[in-house]
Ligand binder design. Structure first.
Ligand code: PLP
Length: 391
């Protein structure tokens, strides 16, 4: 882990990621939850509803993962979805025609695509703002604003939002605060414990951690919000499958170990990238030069595994990707392998060219999800490829 200042909260004990409060298998006490694929649960007395009746409405394997996440995040209830975007969609479905949201401008392309391509047709409007600046959020809010959705860290420039300060202000205005905590993970921060109302994750990323399932999870702080989201989950049906729920739950148990190793390598990579003449700028919240460094130190337990940088000349990129030995090139993040993404082609391809330009997502930007390879191999691979491409 990067060095921590005195005010930086210590990580939650790893134990909490391994042991959920509920016994995952009350029948035989297996240490891992069984995978229940059944869609129908026999009701000997059809007038007395049991714990489960139908797979879309509830499933014990999914429930075990939902409970583990709710306990880790400090919420009343977790609800697992078929993808991170399905979890975000469930959140947007809480609102209706005429409502307005404020959303982090530097957000994943998919969020913007859902809002522009789907919810705009139903009369839900949005203003994008730099949520790391309270004055900008305040300027974006209108009388019809219902909620603020913060992506933390943001994507791809890793802005850091001060969740306690924003939650305090939002609640004074009667606004709901939701945090897409995918990049930060429950290991580094629990937004509900800092005042947010809802936390969302793409479980496709660090939570499952092996680039082999697509899933999402929402955890609500209070029962009323959880009940509204459950209604949407059950009605619209974008649920996480039992097999994927099992695998996401398994991934969750090793999240602290993976995060520690990847974050230590990310800090080393960010530092060394900053010294390369071929690199124009480095964005990593663990660097004291990052505008969000102080807020990250005060509100998080570390700085994560994502590093973004700008090359001095985008013409070097085709060569750079050819010279990579270990890192994989493509969309995605949070896996065991280091993944190099070109936001213009990958994670932000859903934006229009104008939207990308306005957000400074140009062809010189490279985002790295630092993996679990040996730190020296990651450094040699990336720095070596940059040096060779720029020579
Ligand atoms: N939220 C964030 C911050 C993401 O980066 C992503 C995907 O990259 C999503 C949500 C969407 O997740 P999924 O791909 O699981 O739908």
């Amino acid at each position: 882990m990067p060095e921590q200042s005195d005010q930086t909260p210590r990580p939650d004990p790893d134990t909490r990621f391994i042991h959920s409060p509920a016994d995952p298998d009350a029948a035989y006490h297996a240490v891992m939850p069984p995978v229940y694929r059944a869609t129908t649960f026999h009701q000997p007395d059809p007038w007395e509803s049991g714990a489960y009746d139908y797979g879309r409405s509830g499933n014990p394997t999914r429930h075990a993962f939902e409970e583990a996440m709710a306990s880790l995040e400090g919420g009343q209830r977790g609800l697992a979805f078929a993808s991170g975007n399905a979890a975000l969609t469930a959140f947007f479905l809480l609102f209706g025609a005429g409502d307005h949201l404020v959303v982090t401008e530097d957000c994943q392309g998919g969020t913007q695509r859902i809002l522009r391509g789907v919810f705009r047709r139903f009369g839900l409007s949005v203003t994008y703002a730099d949520t790391s600046r309270l004055d900008q959020v305040q300027a974006a809010v209108r009388p019809e604003t219902r909620a603020i959705l913060v992506e933390n860290f943001s994507n791809p420039f890793l802005w850091v939002t001060d969740i306690p300060a924003l939650a305090d202000w939002a609640h004074g205005q009667g606004l709901l605060l939701a945090v897409d905590n995918t990049f930060v993970t429950p290991y580094l921060q629990n937004p509900l414990k800092l005042g947010a109302d809802l936390v969302l994750h793409s479980a496709t990323k660090m939570i499952s951690g092996h680039s082999d399932l697509t899933g999402g999870i929402a955890v609500a702080r209070d029962r009323e919000l959880a009940a509204r989201l459950y209604f949407i989950q059950n009605s619209c049906g974008a649920i996480l499958s039992p097999d994927d729920a099992y695998q996401a739950h398994r991934g969750l148990k090793t999240l602290p170990v993976r995060m520690r190793q990847a974050a230590a390598s990310a800090l080393a990579l960010a530092g060394q990238l900053s010294d390369l003449p071929a690199v124009e700028a480095v964005y990593y919240p663990g660097l004291p030069s990052h505008p969000g460094h102080a807020v990250a130190c005060a509100t998080m337990r570390g700085f994560g595994q994502m590093v973004t940088f700008r090359l001095r000349d985008p013409a070097w990129i085709p060569d750079l990707v050819q010279h990579l030995r270990w890192a994989r090139v493509g969309a995605g993040l949070g896996g065991t392998e280091t993944i190099v993404s070109l936001p213009e082609l990958h994670c932000h391809a859903a934006l229009t060219p104008d939207e990308r330009r306005a957000r400074h997502i140009t062809s010189d930007v490279i985002r790295v999800s630092v993996g679990l390879e040996t730190a020296q191999d990651i450094l040699d691979d990336l720095l070596g490829a940059i040096r060779r491409a720029a020579s």
